[in-house]
Design a protein around this ligand. Structure first.
Ligand SMILES: [Zn+2]
Length: 383
Protein backbone atom coordinates (compact mmCIF):
# COMPACT_ATOMS: atom_id res chain seq x y z
CA UNK A 1 0.00 0.00 0.00
CA UNK A 2 2.84 2.36 0.84
CA UNK A 3 3.80 4.55 -2.11
CA UNK A 4 0.39 4.30 -3.76
CA UNK A 5 -0.63 7.72 -5.05
CA UNK A 6 -4.10 7.46 -3.59
CA UNK A 7 -3.00 6.19 -0.21
CA UNK A 8 -3.74 9.46 1.56
CA UNK A 9 -7.13 9.75 -0.20
CA UNK A 10 -8.20 6.23 0.71
CA UNK A 11 -7.02 6.68 4.25
CA UNK A 12 -8.94 9.95 4.63
CA UNK A 13 -12.09 8.22 3.34
CA UNK A 14 -11.64 5.38 5.79
CA UNK A 15 -11.14 7.75 8.73
CA UNK A 16 -14.12 9.93 7.77
CA UNK A 17 -16.34 6.86 7.38
CA UNK A 18 -15.38 5.92 10.94
CA UNK A 19 -17.54 8.31 12.93
CA UNK A 20 -16.02 9.95 16.03
CA UNK A 21 -18.36 12.79 16.93
CA UNK A 22 -18.24 14.20 20.42
CA UNK A 23 -21.69 13.94 22.02
CA UNK A 24 -24.15 16.79 21.75
CA UNK A 25 -24.94 18.58 25.00
CA UNK A 26 -26.95 16.37 27.33
CA UNK A 27 -26.04 13.11 25.56
CA UNK A 28 -23.93 10.62 27.49
CA UNK A 29 -20.47 9.56 26.37
CA UNK A 30 -20.10 6.43 24.31
CA UNK A 31 -17.35 5.02 22.12
CA UNK A 32 -16.08 8.11 20.35
CA UNK A 33 -12.48 7.78 19.18
CA UNK A 34 -12.18 4.02 19.80
CA UNK A 35 -12.67 2.76 16.23
CA UNK A 36 -10.57 5.65 14.85
CA UNK A 37 -7.80 4.86 17.31
CA UNK A 38 -7.82 1.21 16.25
CA UNK A 39 -7.47 2.11 12.57
CA UNK A 40 -4.66 4.59 13.27
CA UNK A 41 -2.82 2.13 15.54
CA UNK A 42 -3.15 -0.76 13.09
CA UNK A 43 -2.06 1.41 10.18
CA UNK A 44 1.11 2.47 12.01
CA UNK A 45 1.87 -1.03 13.27
CA UNK A 46 1.39 -2.44 9.74
CA UNK A 47 3.89 0.17 8.49
CA UNK A 48 6.46 -0.99 11.03
CA UNK A 49 5.92 1.91 13.46
CA UNK A 50 5.11 0.68 16.94
CA UNK A 51 2.01 2.52 18.10
CA UNK A 52 0.04 2.29 21.30
CA UNK A 53 -3.59 3.02 22.20
CA UNK A 54 -3.93 4.82 25.53
CA UNK A 55 -7.31 4.88 27.24
CA UNK A 56 -8.40 8.37 28.32
CA UNK A 57 -11.80 7.23 29.61
CA UNK A 58 -14.42 4.65 28.61
CA UNK A 59 -14.56 4.51 24.81
CA UNK A 60 -12.03 7.31 24.37
CA UNK A 61 -8.42 6.86 23.33
CA UNK A 62 -5.20 8.58 22.30
CA UNK A 63 -2.71 6.96 19.93
CA UNK A 64 0.98 7.49 20.54
CA UNK A 65 4.06 6.40 18.62
CA UNK A 66 7.64 7.33 19.47
CA UNK A 67 10.18 6.99 16.70
CA UNK A 68 13.92 7.22 17.25
CA UNK A 69 15.92 8.92 19.98
CA UNK A 70 17.08 12.36 21.01
CA UNK A 71 15.18 15.58 20.48
CA UNK A 72 11.78 15.04 18.95
CA UNK A 73 9.37 16.78 16.64
CA UNK A 74 5.73 16.04 17.45
CA UNK A 75 3.17 15.47 14.71
CA UNK A 76 -0.22 16.00 16.31
CA UNK A 77 -3.87 15.72 15.36
CA UNK A 78 -7.23 15.21 17.05
CA UNK A 79 -9.36 12.18 16.17
CA UNK A 80 -12.74 13.50 17.30
CA UNK A 81 -15.10 15.71 15.30
CA UNK A 82 -17.85 18.13 16.23
CA UNK A 83 -21.37 16.59 16.26
CA UNK A 84 -23.16 16.23 12.92
CA UNK A 85 -25.40 19.20 12.15
CA UNK A 86 -28.80 18.73 10.49
CA UNK A 87 -28.11 15.68 8.28
CA UNK A 88 -30.63 16.80 5.63
CA UNK A 89 -28.26 19.66 4.75
CA UNK A 90 -25.43 17.26 3.86
CA UNK A 91 -25.39 16.30 0.17
CA UNK A 92 -23.87 12.88 0.86
CA UNK A 93 -24.97 12.36 4.47
CA UNK A 94 -22.45 10.53 6.61
CA UNK A 95 -20.67 8.90 3.70
CA UNK A 96 -17.32 10.29 2.58
CA UNK A 97 -17.72 10.99 -1.12
CA UNK A 98 -15.34 12.20 -3.82
CA UNK A 99 -16.62 14.95 -6.17
CA UNK A 100 -15.06 17.92 -8.05
CA UNK A 101 -11.56 17.20 -6.79
CA UNK A 102 -12.76 17.23 -3.20
CA UNK A 103 -13.61 14.72 -0.51
CA UNK A 104 -16.86 15.58 1.28
CA UNK A 105 -17.78 14.44 4.79
CA UNK A 106 -17.69 15.34 8.47
CA UNK A 107 -14.07 15.59 9.57
CA UNK A 108 -12.49 15.77 6.09
CA UNK A 109 -10.93 19.17 6.86
CA UNK A 110 -11.19 19.09 10.67
CA UNK A 111 -9.05 17.09 10.74
CA UNK A 112 -9.00 13.54 9.47
CA UNK A 113 -7.41 14.67 6.20
CA UNK A 114 -4.54 16.12 8.24
CA UNK A 115 -4.17 12.90 10.22
CA UNK A 116 -4.24 10.81 7.03
CA UNK A 117 -1.50 13.00 5.49
CA UNK A 118 0.64 12.65 8.64
CA UNK A 119 0.13 8.86 8.72
CA UNK A 120 0.87 8.39 5.04
CA UNK A 121 3.97 10.57 5.32
CA UNK A 122 5.30 8.84 8.47
CA UNK A 123 4.74 5.37 7.03
CA UNK A 124 6.63 6.13 3.81
CA UNK A 125 9.91 7.46 5.23
CA UNK A 126 12.89 5.46 6.35
CA UNK A 127 14.22 6.77 9.64
CA UNK A 128 16.98 4.25 10.09
CA UNK A 129 20.10 6.09 11.35
CA UNK A 130 18.08 9.22 12.09
CA UNK A 131 19.84 11.71 14.36
CA UNK A 132 16.67 12.95 15.99
CA UNK A 133 13.24 11.46 16.59
CA UNK A 134 9.52 11.96 16.15
CA UNK A 135 6.51 11.71 18.40
CA UNK A 136 3.22 10.96 16.69
CA UNK A 137 0.33 11.96 18.95
CA UNK A 138 -3.28 11.56 17.87
CA UNK A 139 -5.58 12.69 20.60
CA UNK A 140 -9.17 12.57 21.83
CA UNK A 141 -11.63 15.34 22.66
CA UNK A 142 -10.07 18.42 21.08
CA UNK A 143 -13.55 19.55 20.09
CA UNK A 144 -14.71 19.04 23.70
CA UNK A 145 -12.62 19.78 26.78
CA UNK A 146 -9.15 18.76 25.50
CA UNK A 147 -9.33 15.60 27.63
CA UNK A 148 -6.99 13.64 25.35
CA UNK A 149 -4.05 16.04 25.51
CA UNK A 150 -4.65 16.88 29.17
CA UNK A 151 -4.63 13.16 29.96
CA UNK A 152 -1.18 12.91 28.39
CA UNK A 153 0.16 15.89 30.37
CA UNK A 154 -1.15 14.31 33.60
CA UNK A 155 -0.31 10.66 32.95
CA UNK A 156 2.55 10.56 30.46
CA UNK A 157 4.65 13.67 31.10
CA UNK A 158 7.83 11.78 30.12
CA UNK A 159 6.48 11.49 26.61
CA UNK A 160 7.14 15.20 26.07
CA UNK A 161 10.47 15.64 27.80
CA UNK A 162 12.49 15.43 24.57
CA UNK A 163 9.88 17.08 22.35
CA UNK A 164 11.16 20.45 21.14
CA UNK A 165 8.59 21.44 18.53
CA UNK A 166 5.33 20.28 17.10
CA UNK A 167 3.11 20.52 14.04
CA UNK A 168 -0.64 20.38 14.54
CA UNK A 169 -2.43 19.33 11.34
CA UNK A 170 -5.56 21.48 11.79
CA UNK A 171 -7.13 23.16 8.75
CA UNK A 172 -4.99 26.10 7.62
CA UNK A 173 -5.49 25.89 3.81
CA UNK A 174 -1.82 24.85 3.55
CA UNK A 175 -0.64 28.02 5.28
CA UNK A 176 1.84 28.08 8.15
CA UNK A 177 0.05 29.37 11.22
CA UNK A 178 2.40 30.66 13.90
CA UNK A 179 -0.02 32.49 16.15
CA UNK A 180 -3.59 32.44 17.29
CA UNK A 181 -6.02 34.56 19.23
CA UNK A 182 -6.86 33.94 22.85
CA UNK A 183 -10.39 33.90 24.20
CA UNK A 184 -12.13 35.14 27.30
CA UNK A 185 -15.64 33.90 28.00
CA UNK A 186 -17.51 36.33 30.24
CA UNK A 187 -20.95 36.59 31.85
CA UNK A 188 -21.83 40.21 32.55
CA UNK A 189 -24.98 40.95 34.56
CA UNK A 190 -26.48 44.44 34.72
CA UNK A 191 -28.33 45.21 37.94
CA UNK A 192 -31.35 47.48 38.14
CA UNK A 193 -34.42 48.02 40.27
CA UNK A 194 -37.82 46.66 39.36
CA UNK A 195 -40.96 48.77 39.35
CA UNK A 196 -44.40 48.72 37.74
CA UNK A 197 -44.28 49.47 34.02
CA UNK A 198 -46.68 52.37 34.51
CA UNK A 199 -44.09 54.17 36.68
CA UNK A 200 -40.74 53.40 35.03
CA UNK A 201 -39.18 56.40 36.75
CA UNK A 202 -39.53 54.50 40.05
CA UNK A 203 -37.25 51.74 38.77
CA UNK A 204 -33.87 51.34 37.10
CA UNK A 205 -34.09 49.40 33.83
CA UNK A 206 -31.35 46.73 33.62
CA UNK A 207 -32.08 45.96 29.96
CA UNK A 208 -31.58 49.62 29.02
CA UNK A 209 -28.21 49.54 30.79
CA UNK A 210 -27.17 46.42 28.90
CA UNK A 211 -28.30 48.05 25.64
CA UNK A 212 -26.13 51.09 26.34
CA UNK A 213 -23.15 48.79 26.94
CA UNK A 214 -23.86 46.87 23.71
CA UNK A 215 -23.84 50.07 21.66
CA UNK A 216 -20.46 50.96 23.17
CA UNK A 217 -19.15 47.55 22.14
CA UNK A 218 -20.55 47.97 18.63
CA UNK A 219 -18.63 51.22 18.22
CA UNK A 220 -15.41 49.66 19.43
CA UNK A 221 -15.76 46.67 17.11
CA UNK A 222 -16.35 49.01 14.15
CA UNK A 223 -13.05 50.73 14.79
CA UNK A 224 -10.72 48.30 13.03
CA UNK A 225 -7.62 50.30 13.92
CA UNK A 226 -8.11 49.46 17.58
CA UNK A 227 -8.90 51.85 20.40
CA UNK A 228 -7.48 52.98 23.70
CA UNK A 229 -9.29 49.96 25.17
CA UNK A 230 -8.42 47.23 22.75
CA UNK A 231 -5.58 46.65 20.32
CA UNK A 232 -6.45 46.09 16.67
CA UNK A 233 -7.73 42.57 16.08
CA UNK A 234 -9.22 42.09 19.53
CA UNK A 235 -12.98 41.63 19.27
CA UNK A 236 -15.95 41.49 21.61
CA UNK A 237 -19.03 39.50 20.68
CA UNK A 238 -22.22 39.78 22.72
CA UNK A 239 -23.62 36.34 21.96
CA UNK A 240 -26.55 35.96 24.36
CA UNK A 241 -28.90 38.23 26.26
CA UNK A 242 -31.30 37.27 29.02
CA UNK A 243 -33.41 39.69 31.00
CA UNK A 244 -36.80 40.76 32.27
CA UNK A 245 -39.68 39.02 34.00
CA UNK A 246 -42.81 40.33 32.31
CA UNK A 247 -43.87 43.00 29.85
CA UNK A 248 -45.36 45.10 32.63
CA UNK A 249 -42.35 45.11 34.97
CA UNK A 250 -39.20 47.26 34.79
CA UNK A 251 -36.44 44.61 34.62
CA UNK A 252 -33.99 44.40 37.52
CA UNK A 253 -31.53 42.03 35.82
CA UNK A 254 -30.09 41.63 32.36
CA UNK A 255 -27.33 39.14 31.66
CA UNK A 256 -25.03 39.15 28.63
CA UNK A 257 -22.90 36.24 27.42
CA UNK A 258 -19.71 37.69 25.96
CA UNK A 259 -16.93 36.10 23.93
CA UNK A 260 -13.81 38.19 23.64
CA UNK A 261 -10.97 37.21 21.28
CA UNK A 262 -7.60 38.63 22.16
CA UNK A 263 -4.41 39.14 20.17
CA UNK A 264 -0.79 38.50 21.10
CA UNK A 265 0.49 40.78 23.83
CA UNK A 266 -3.00 41.19 25.27
CA UNK A 267 -3.65 38.52 27.89
CA UNK A 268 -6.78 37.58 29.85
CA UNK A 269 -6.10 40.01 32.71
CA UNK A 270 -5.67 42.88 30.29
CA UNK A 271 -8.92 41.89 28.58
CA UNK A 272 -10.80 42.00 31.88
CA UNK A 273 -9.21 45.34 32.79
CA UNK A 274 -10.32 46.78 29.47
CA UNK A 275 -13.92 45.61 29.98
CA UNK A 276 -13.91 47.25 33.41
CA UNK A 277 -12.44 50.45 31.95
CA UNK A 278 -15.05 50.41 29.24
CA UNK A 279 -17.81 50.11 31.85
CA UNK A 280 -16.37 53.06 33.80
CA UNK A 281 -16.05 55.12 30.65
CA UNK A 282 -19.70 54.39 29.87
CA UNK A 283 -20.48 55.76 33.36
CA UNK A 284 -21.56 52.54 35.01
CA UNK A 285 -21.00 52.33 38.74
CA UNK A 286 -19.45 49.28 40.38
CA UNK A 287 -22.80 48.17 41.79
CA UNK A 288 -24.37 48.28 38.31
CA UNK A 289 -22.66 45.12 37.12
CA UNK A 290 -21.39 41.68 38.16
CA UNK A 291 -18.69 40.19 36.00
CA UNK A 292 -17.80 36.49 35.90
CA UNK A 293 -15.00 34.96 33.83
CA UNK A 294 -16.20 31.50 32.81
CA UNK A 295 -13.02 30.36 31.08
CA UNK A 296 -10.13 31.87 29.20
CA UNK A 297 -7.13 31.06 27.02
CA UNK A 298 -4.22 33.33 26.35
CA UNK A 299 -3.22 34.23 22.80
CA UNK A 300 -0.21 32.38 21.44
CA UNK A 301 2.61 33.45 19.14
CA UNK A 302 5.52 31.38 17.93
CA UNK A 303 8.89 32.97 17.18
CA UNK A 304 9.33 33.16 13.39
CA UNK A 305 12.88 31.89 13.89
CA UNK A 306 11.72 28.72 15.63
CA UNK A 307 13.18 25.71 13.85
CA UNK A 308 9.76 24.21 13.09
CA UNK A 309 8.72 27.41 11.29
CA UNK A 310 11.94 27.43 9.27
CA UNK A 311 11.44 23.77 8.31
CA UNK A 312 7.87 24.41 7.19
CA UNK A 313 8.93 27.50 5.24
CA UNK A 314 11.66 25.53 3.51
CA UNK A 315 9.27 22.69 2.64
CA UNK A 316 6.55 25.02 1.33
CA UNK A 317 8.80 27.26 -0.76
CA UNK A 318 9.27 30.05 1.76
CA UNK A 319 5.66 30.78 2.40
CA UNK A 320 4.74 33.65 4.74
CA UNK A 321 3.16 32.65 8.03
CA UNK A 322 -0.33 33.63 9.17
CA UNK A 323 -2.03 34.48 12.47
CA UNK A 324 -5.15 32.42 13.14
CA UNK A 325 -8.36 33.54 14.77
CA UNK A 326 -9.66 30.19 16.08
CA UNK A 327 -8.28 28.28 19.06
CA UNK A 328 -6.05 25.23 18.51
CA UNK A 329 -4.14 23.09 20.98
CA UNK A 330 -0.91 24.92 20.07
CA UNK A 331 -1.59 27.19 23.07
CA UNK A 332 -2.31 24.19 25.33
CA UNK A 333 0.91 22.37 24.40
CA UNK A 334 2.92 25.52 25.00
CA UNK A 335 1.32 26.44 28.34
CA UNK A 336 1.30 22.87 29.70
CA UNK A 337 4.57 21.48 28.41
CA UNK A 338 6.52 24.28 26.74
CA UNK A 339 6.28 22.67 23.28
CA UNK A 340 6.25 25.22 20.49
CA UNK A 341 3.79 24.12 17.82
CA UNK A 342 3.10 25.52 14.40
CA UNK A 343 -0.25 24.70 12.83
CA UNK A 344 -0.24 23.46 9.26
CA UNK A 345 -2.80 21.29 7.51
CA UNK A 346 -4.60 20.48 4.24
CA UNK A 347 -8.09 21.36 5.47
CA UNK A 348 -9.97 24.53 4.51
CA UNK A 349 -10.90 26.86 7.35
CA UNK A 350 -14.05 28.00 5.61
CA UNK A 351 -15.28 24.42 5.25
CA UNK A 352 -15.17 23.37 8.89
CA UNK A 353 -17.94 23.13 11.52
CA UNK A 354 -20.62 23.41 8.82
CA UNK A 355 -22.62 21.19 6.42
CA UNK A 356 -20.84 19.67 3.41
CA UNK A 357 -17.39 19.95 4.94
CA UNK A 358 -14.75 19.07 2.37
CA UNK A 359 -11.03 18.86 1.78
CA UNK A 360 -9.27 19.44 -1.54
CA UNK A 361 -7.67 16.20 -2.71
CA UNK A 362 -4.70 18.09 -4.16
CA UNK A 363 -4.03 19.57 -0.70
CA UNK A 364 -4.04 16.12 0.90
CA UNK A 365 -1.27 14.99 -1.41
CA UNK A 366 0.70 18.24 -1.02
CA UNK A 367 0.39 18.10 2.77
CA UNK A 368 1.63 14.52 2.81
CA UNK A 369 4.72 15.60 0.86
CA UNK A 370 5.39 18.63 3.03
CA UNK A 371 5.06 16.60 6.25
CA UNK A 372 7.42 14.05 4.75
CA UNK A 373 10.04 16.70 3.87
CA UNK A 374 9.80 18.33 7.30
CA UNK A 375 10.09 15.02 9.17
CA UNK A 376 13.10 13.93 7.13
CA UNK A 377 14.76 17.33 7.49
CA UNK A 378 14.19 17.30 11.26
CA UNK A 379 15.46 13.75 11.69
CA UNK A 380 18.57 13.94 9.52
CA UNK A 381 19.71 17.56 9.09
CA UNK A 382 20.87 19.03 12.36
CA UNK A 383 22.31 22.51 12.02
ZN1 LIG B 1 -9.93 20.69 14.63
Amino acid sequence: MVGNDDEVVNLTKKLVNTRSEIPKQGEGTKDIEKAMAEIVTNYLNDSGIRAEMLKVEEGRFNVIAEIGHGDKLMMNGHMDTVPMTDISQWKYGYECREANGKLYGLGTSDMKGGIAAMLAAASSINLKNAKRGLLLAFVADEEGDFKGSNWLFANKPDLFKDVRYGIIGEATDMRIQTGQKGLVDITLTFNGTSAHASTPEAGDNAISKAARFISYVENINKNTKGSSFLPSGTTINVGTILGGRSHNTVPDKCTLGIDMRTVHGFNTNMAIMSIKRLLREAQFRKSDTDLTINHSKNPFKLDENAEVVKLLKKATGNQKSIYGSGYTEAELYYSKSGIKCAVFGPGSKKAIHRPNEYVNISNLKKAENIYKKVMLDWCFNIK
